[in-house]
Design a protein around this ligand. Structure first.
Ligand code: ATP
Length: 276
């Protein structure tokens, strides 16, 4: 189907078409398409742009990525389909950043598809193809990790993650940076540093901030982060946006008679009827 650039939701439709293609190619699972819908809804409520709070989170995340001794970014099918070029930019900005494939619905074919998408975008090395360790306490295949990657990482970036794995990574003593548009998800609520922003925007800004930040690489000196303030800022933005829209809707109806007053009384002719 050809999409018109003049369609008011062209950008969103283009992303949907790309995800549908990635789903047909076996990179994204149907559950991933549903997760995308949930994300889109929150992006709508957030104004479809990076909020000041998210920008702050992205700057702090960049500082943590520089300070880390073993930073890792975890990649699932949606992230590979949506943000492979941004992952490559981030890996180029932070030497030593490991990129590891990690899938809930793991099959050899899907692992190959994720690796191929990242390689196609220009990434030289991808970890997690043949897992060598397990994260304790996780029953699903998401527990399978690379001993030299996620297993030994001190800082993990987990875009589009689920709450259980976020929790399990934290229980291993890792600092978890999430990228999730839903400030109410268990992931956002449990991550040490929640970035409430769309994943391509978040990774792009992260790469930019990593280049600008001056923290010595591997210093282990992490800027303290107020997770509650970041979540409150995102929820505040949603609240303000909804209030503004409600006021605008009220403004449009002002001056008009109330609905009940407009409805003609039973037995009286409506406006469309001709009066004699
Ligand atoms: P949790 O276990 O954290 O509560 P969940 O069940 O809400 O997770 P999942 O389906 O595991 O959700 O993960 C998808 C999450 O990713 C959703 O919270 C959704 O808002 C978010 N998401 C989807 N697409 C994007 C995107 N493009 N950018 C950022 N976040 C996204």
């Amino acid at each position: 189907m050809r999409l018109s650039r003049r369609h008011p939701r062209y950008a969103s439709l283009r992303v949907r078409a790309a995800l549908a293609r990635a789903s047909r190619a076996g990179l994204v699972v149907p559950e991933g398409l549903i997760a995308h819908g949930r994300g889109e809804m929150f992006d709508y409520l957030l104004g479809e742009r990076t909020t000041p709070g998210a920008r702050r989170a992205e700057r702090w995340a960049a500082q943590w990525l520089r300070a880390a001794r073993h930073p890792v970014v975890s990649i699932n099918g949606n992230v590979a389909a949506l943000a492979a070029p941004e992952i490559v930019r981030l890996a180029a900005a932070r030497p030593g950043l490991a990129v590891e494939v990690n899938l809930f619905h793991r099959t050899p074919k899907r692992v190959r598809a994720v690796v191929a998408a990242l390689r196609h975008a220009g990434l030289a090395e991808v970890r997690g193809k043949r897992p060598t360790a397990r994260i304790p306490g996780l029953p699903s295949d998401r527990a399978l990790v690379d001993r030299e990657g996620i297993y030994r990482a001190d800082v993990c970036v987990v875009p589009l993650e689920d709450g259980d794995r976020t929790e399990a990574l934290r229980a291993l003593g890792k600092r978890v940076i999430s990228s999730d548009l839903n400030p109410l998800s268990r992931t956002s609520q449990r991550a040490d540093l929640p970035i409430v922003d769309e994943v391509t925007r978040a990774l792009d800004r992260l790469a930019e901030s990593v280049t600008r930040d001056r923290t010595p690489l591997g210093s282990g000196d992490f800027h303290p982060v107020d997770r509650g303030a970041l979540l409150a800022a995102a929820l505040g933005t949603i609240g303000r946006n909804l209030t503004r829209r409600a006021e605008a809707a009220r403004g449009r109806s002002r001056g008009r008679p109330a609905r009940s007053a407009r409805r003609p009384a039973r037995g009286t002719p409506g406006r469309s009827r001709r009066t004699p």
